[in-house]
Design a protein around this ligand. Structure first.
Ligand code: BES
Ligand code: MN
Ligand code: ZN
Length: 497
């Protein structure tokens, strides 16, 4: 998939399967729109005059083979009000519309020739990054387990005809958006694969393959035996009921001097969550194949980072296991010893994410991290609190929380900070162990974060609860690739600083 950008004013002779041109509300044309209109003898202004397109944001109209142009089609899109800046979300929607409509046509290459857009608080580089990102994101299609593997989207080349001199920053922004989306799409694919294919071993093989694809990445995988010698009794308790071996996957990206402390990303990789002996109800249980989306996010972010090649060190740690009931499975009331030495009373085997994460968080200490961010489809309670719009954010250091919130705003992959107050910690008291793995019916996302915080005391740490944001349910069922854009932006900002 190729994106390119150049300046030209020769719009009539531009060969393309589809030339994308914008019109403002009230049927007004900007400079670029007017140039194309003049070249095709006023076809566009005639269409606007007839009212076939009003110029509202989100509108689009495909015109076929307009005489005078070398383009086979013109896609006319609404740009909204001329004298009002659009919101960043509206800009994102505009680009999504373009790629959706072109995607449904047989066009093999497209040429985007829009007038300069006013987007609230966002510059040209931001717009180009979004364009590259939405373009690449729109091309993802799940086929792995379908007999019909025919592509539904045909274009694989997108040229941007810019209205002004093109700088390296413009080119970088476009490429960066595309890389981010390739990372997100890789995460979507892992998320969408069913539990009988995407096992802990499959995730480990995926990470190993990634490290072969990029020289800057190296991978190592710990099996159950090795984890037992490290004392990871909590992580190992989760996979005990499963025939699939649990894995701790470590993927390292080296972009800076060895001496520079890395950012460590930790992902929850429960490849299927039945709940274990605390079995989940049957309705929509298939969606628990997505319970490895934290791992998918972390691996997808590593792909994006390896492509972009920033000057920073990043380590991904994935805690992968399958949560099943069986005669060997962990039972409610069982007490395990975590790698940190803290004992845990497992009152509910369905609160398994925190059990694998706590040992991965302790393991992360060996990298002497600059910061640790874990990503997990951790609690249904987070969906109750924030819906499917914002990722839940917790942190033991406000500077880190602010960085992640800003990265979410920049990338439109937003998070919302939740309290990690001491007041909640006593809900995890146990009569028989150092800590219980559940905190009762109230504030479930918060008490889960409180549990994790006890294993993240030795470094700056943040936790992202992505239970609501990692996938869509219903007719659009599928992984979203969130929060790959947030994390990629966060890492790149750190590399710049
Ligand atoms: N993977 C689930 C969280 C989840 C539930 C994500 C629904 C997305 C949709 C997690 O392992 C879990 O089961 N959490 C329990 C915790 C409870 C037992 C304290 C939950 O949220 O119900
Ligand atoms: Mn669970
Ligand atoms: Zn789970």
């Amino acid at each position: 998939m190729d994106f390119s950008i150049k300046y030209t004013d020769k719009l009539a002779t531009q060969r393309s399967d589809c030339l994308v041109v914008g019109a403002y509300q009230g049927g007004k044309l900007g400079d670029r729109g007017a140039q194309v209109d003049a070249a095709c003898g006023g076809v566009i202004s005639a269409v606007l005059k007839q009212g076939d397109l009003k110029g509202k944001l989100g509108e689009s109209l495909m015109l076929h083979a307009p005489a005078g142009l070398k383009a086979k089609r013109v896609l006319l899109v609404g740009l909204g009000d001329t004298d009002k800046a659009m919101s960043p979300v509206d800009c994102q929607k505009l680009f999504t519309t373009i790629f959706q409509v072109v995607g449904k046509s047989p066009a093999k290459d497209l040429t985007v020739c829009l007038d300069s857009l006013q987007v609230e608080d966002k510059d040209e580089a931001w717009q180009l990054e979004q364009l590259g990102r939405q373009g690449e994101y729109s091309r993802y299609q799940y086929t792995h387990t379908k007999s019909d593997k025919e592509r539904k989207t045909h274009w694989d080349n997108c040229d941007v005809l810019w209205y002004d001199k093109v700088s390296p920053a413009h080119k970088n922004a476009l490429a960066l958006g595309a890389s981010t989306a390739r990372g997100a799409n890789a995460a979507r694919e892992l998320g969408n694969l069913p539990g009988n294919i995407c096992t802990p071993t499959f995730l480990a093989e995926h990470a190993e393959a990634l490290s072969k694809e990029f020289d800057s990445l190296s991978c190592s995988v710990l099996g159950e035996k090795k984890m037992a010698t490290l004392g990871m009794g909590s992580l190992l308790s989760v996979g005990r009921g499963s025939a699939e071996e649990s894995k701790l996957i470590v993927l390292e990206y080296k972009g800076a001097a060895k001496t520079q402390k890395p950012v460590v990303l930790v992902g929850k990789g429960i490849t299927f969550d039945t709940g274990g002996i605390s079995l989940k109800p049957g309705a929509a249980m298939d969606e628990m194949k997505y319970d490895m989306c934290g791992a998918a996010t972390v691996l997808g972010t590593m792909r994006a980072i390896a492509e972009i090649a920033p000057k920073i060190n990043v380590v991904a740690v994935v805690a992968a296991a399958e949560n099943m009931p069986s005669d060997c499975a962990t039972k409610p009331g069982d007490i395990v010893t975590s790698m940190s030495g803290k004992t845990i009373e497992i009152l509910n085997t369905d609160a398994e994410g925190r059990l694998v994460l706590c040992d991965a968080l302790t393991y992360a200490e060996r990298f002497k991290p600059a910061a640790v961010v874990d990503v997990a489809t951790l609690t249904g309670a987070c969906i109750v609190a924030l819906g499917k719009v914002a990722t839940g954010l917790y942190a033991n250091q406000q500077g880190l929380a602010d960085e992640l919130l800003a990265a979410g705003e920049d990338s439109l992959d937003r998070a919302w900070q939740m309290p990690l107050w001491k007041d909640y910690q006593s809900l995890l008291d146990s009569n028989f162990a150092d800590v219980a793995n559940i905190g009762g019916p109230h504030g479930g996302s918060i008490t889960a974060a409180c549990f994790l915080s006890r294993f993240a005391e030795n470094y700056d740490w943040a936790h992202l609860d992505i239970a609501g944001t990692a996938w869509h349910s219903g007719a659009n069922k599928g992984a979203t690739g969130r929060p790959v854009p947030l994390l990629t932006r966060f890492i790149l900002k750190r590399a710049d600083a």
